[in-house]
Design a protein around this ligand. Structure first.
Ligand SMILES: Nc1ncnc2c1ncn2[C@@H]1O[C@H](COP(=O)(O)OP(=O)(O)O)[C@@H](O)[C@H]1O
Ligand SMILES: [Mg+2]
Length: 172
């Protein structure tokens, strides 16, 4: 499956990648309606996972506050034609909290799930369509993106094209 890495020298680039993924997802709504979509975001605290999801939600038309789900575990967003669930499992201690919290049922057709700290959800966590792994290098971030399904491949392909176009045109 498709893999690509993005170099993000500062937060404007994180914002651009989030928006590119949001725009791409918007073009895939029919498939999201049919299958649902899952995005995972791995990497250290402060790497930019929440910042990226915030930008993605902005591209999908969310104008209100986008809080980190660090304490709530889940922040839901009601988009016009689908549900968007932003999870953060940092505080999961292990065991099967993912299943007992009833979160598994939320991974469903018509739903987009963006998951920070997916490793802490355990074995019941569904395979993502697209995974992002953040590495902090001095100041900049490097994000390794991997598609794990046809939807994920279409999603990432479109986001890569948007980011390349942005770089080529110097559009910031
Ligand atoms: N590419 C980047 N380079 C440097 N700083 C960044 C970059 N992207 C985001 N940041 C900053 O790093 C912090 C990331 O915080 P946050 O998104 O909450 O991280 P996480 O959810 O991964 O713990 C924010 O202060 C953000 O402005
Ligand atoms: Mg976060």
């Amino acid at each position: 499956m498709l893999a690509h890495h993005f170099t993000l020298p500062d937060e404007t680039h994180t914002d651009a990648l989030g928006r590119a993924l949001g725009q791409a997802l918007h073009g895939l709504y029919t498939q999201v309606q049919a299958h649902g979509a899952v995005l995972t975001l791995s990497g250290d605290l402060g790497a930019g996972k929440t910042a990226l999801v915030r930008a993605l939600l902005r591209a999908l038309g969310v104008t209100g506050p986008v809080k980190s789900p660090t304490f709530s575990l889940l922040e839901p967003y009601d988009l016009s034609s689908l549900n968007f669930y932003h999870f953060d499992f940092y505080r999961f201690g292990g065991g099967d909290e993912f299943a007992t919290a009833g979160f598994r049922e939320l991974f469903a057709p018509g739903t987009v799930c963006a998951v920070e700290w997916p490793e802490r959800a355990g074995a019941r966590m569904p395979t993502p369509d697209l995974s992002l792994t953040f590495k902090v290098m001095d100041q900049e971030r490097v994000v390794q993106a991997m598609a794990h399904s046809p939807l994920g491949t279409a999603w990432l392909t479109q986001a890569i094209a948007t980011m390349q176009h942005r770089t080529a045109t110097g559009d910031g």
